[in-house]
Design a protein around this ligand. Structure first.
Ligand code: C2O
Ligand code: CU
Length: 486
């Protein structure tokens, strides 16, 4: 249906119809047919919540899954989720399983892999979970507006072997600001000024939805596993903590050789929107605290305080706990084909075609669904994702071969940071022109700083996959492209 719509509207224009490339094979199933299946229902709806704090006016129009802000699902690795989704929002939406190697037709990207799910509509997602780790899911249709008003959920995929690693406590830190006036009403979440610069920031900072930084008790001398996520649409943080006894043990859910925070420049890890970290923190003695900060702001922002309580544990030397090695497919870096991408402003980018007339059925469907921004400020290799009335897909950034390995250089020639995310794959971060001391690691989103070139490599998996900045206004303002892997 998509192919027909796009094909029909492409007549006479230079825009791109996926049907021109023929039928797509389904992506390779990442789980055996015998994998245990779990059927879950999911809905998205608006609700009223006290975002400004207990004695302040409540905020209506908050968006949540299953009526639960910060909904968290925990599932054993190797499970296949069959998710029956119902859209109870007044607007169209989709669900994207961020970082998970799903079949591309369950990737949730409107209009590339599915049409927007209208208000009251349903969609079934097939979500195999081949890799343990810390993931999340969120809409891929009006992301700026819906994620901005709270719509995302956390997904922890557990490896049973991790139960024996000896952590005393696990705790999630979700960074998410709210853009509200003093009466708890939403302020505009997409602004042209923000979308064309660093993004529109919230007015209220919060951790796990609370404007008061949480205090969490943990056993003195115990081992805490922090799961940290920047769920904000805009904010980049510099994660750090007050103790030297801390090490990063996974990035974007993928285990790495423990990386002590003390070995990093300024002892912080930069995290843009969508990025996750697992951090092992060793607690100090009874009564002492470990404060966790975002050091990026001039005045460090307290995210959470861990409070050590006596549980009879004895002090032992700190040794970071290594997670079982990540199992995602690795690229053959030496044989990989090199591709270069420039992240730039849209000034000078070539328009792919004259805009669609607004009465065109595809234009109408997408405009009504808020699935596109209405301005274009950014581009990848001089091509912007459609915005406003120009709603057709741009041509793919490249056509890749299923099973082959690719090395991508991503060069940011803008004045702002861009956390770049590739769907459907876990990639290796090989190098950066700004960081010299970091060993290669796996991720699904990588930060690119102004004038930085980052190199990543991955083994291509069949499907149609977008590649975009996870500052959601940037993505809605053109900073997105797609690969076909066939
Ligand atoms: Cu978090 Cu395109 O996704
Ligand atoms: Cu960006």
């Amino acid at each position: 249906r998509r192919a027909v719509l796009l094909g029909a509207t492409a007549a006479g224009a230079a825009s791109f119809a996926p049907s021109a490339l023929g039928r797509m094979p389904l992506s390779r199933d990442t789980l055996p047919k015998s994998a245990p299946v779990r059927r879950l229902t999911l809905s998205a709806a608006e609700m009223e919540v006290p975002l400004l704090g207990p004695d302040k006016p409540k905020t209506s129009g908050f968006c949540a899954y299953n009526g639960t802000p910060f909904l968290t699902w925990r599932v054993p690795v190797g499970t296949r989720l069959l998710v029956d989704f119902e859209n109870r929002l007044p607007n169209p939406t989709t669900v994207h399983w961020h970082g998970i190697r799903v079949p591309y037709l369950s990737d949730g990207v409107a209009p590339l892999t599915q049409q927007p799910i209208p208000a009251g509509g349903r969609f079934s997602y097939d979500v195999p979970l081949p890799d343990p780790g810390f993931y999340f899911f969120h809409p891929h249709c009006d992301e700026t507006g819906q994620v901005g008003r709270g719509l995302f959920a956390l997904l922890l995929v557990d490896d049973p072997a991790e139960a024996r690693l000896g952590f005393d406590l696990e705790h999630i830190i979700a960074v998410k600001d709210w853009r509200l006036d003093a009466d708890g009403r939403w302020l505009p979440i997409f602004t042209d000024e923000g979308a064309s610069t660093a993004g529109t920031f919230g007015t209220v900072r919060a951790t796990n939805g609370s404007v008061i930084p949480p205090r969490v008790e943990a056993p003195a001398y115990g081992d805490v596993r922090l799961r940290v996520i920047v769920a904000d649409s805009t904010r980049t943080i510099e994660f750090g903590c007050e103790t030297g006894d801390a090490a990063i043990i996974a990035v974007d859910g993928q285990a790495l050789t423990p990386l002590p925070l003390s070995k990093l420049p300024d002892e912080v890890w930069r995290m843009g929107p969508a990025m996750r970290l697992d951090v092992h923190v060793r607690m100090p003695g009874p009564g002492e605290e470990v404060k966790i900060f975002d050091y990026r702001t001039a005045e460090p922002y307290l995210l959470t305080t861990l409070v050590a309580v006596d549980k009879g544990k004895k002090q032992t030397p700190f040794k970071p706990i290594a997670l079982p090695a990540a199992k995602a497919p690795l690229p053959d870096v030496r044989r990989a084909k090199k591709l270069d991408f420039i992240v730039q402003t849209s000034a000078g980018a070539t328009a792919i075609a004259p805009p669609l007339p607004p009465e065109d059925p595809l234009a109408k469907a997408l405009i009504d669904s808020f699935c596109v921004g209405d301005k274009t400020f950014w581009a990848i290799n001089r091509t912007s994702w459609g915005a406003g009335a120009d709603l057709r897909l741009p041509p793919p950034l490249d056509i890749l071969k299923d099973g082959d390995s690719y090395r991508l250089t991503i060069t940011n020639v803008t004045k702002h940071v861009h956390p770049m995310h590739l769907h459907g794959h876990v990639f290796r971060v090989l190098s950066s022109t700004r960081k010299t001391s970091i060993p290669p690691y796996l991720a699904d989103t990588v930060m690119t700083e102004p004038n930085e070139t980052v190199e990543i490599a991955f083994k291509a998996n069949s499907g149609d996959w977008v590649f975009h900045c996870h500052i959601l206004e940037h993505m809605d303002a053109g900073l997105m492209g797609w690969f076909r892997v066939a």
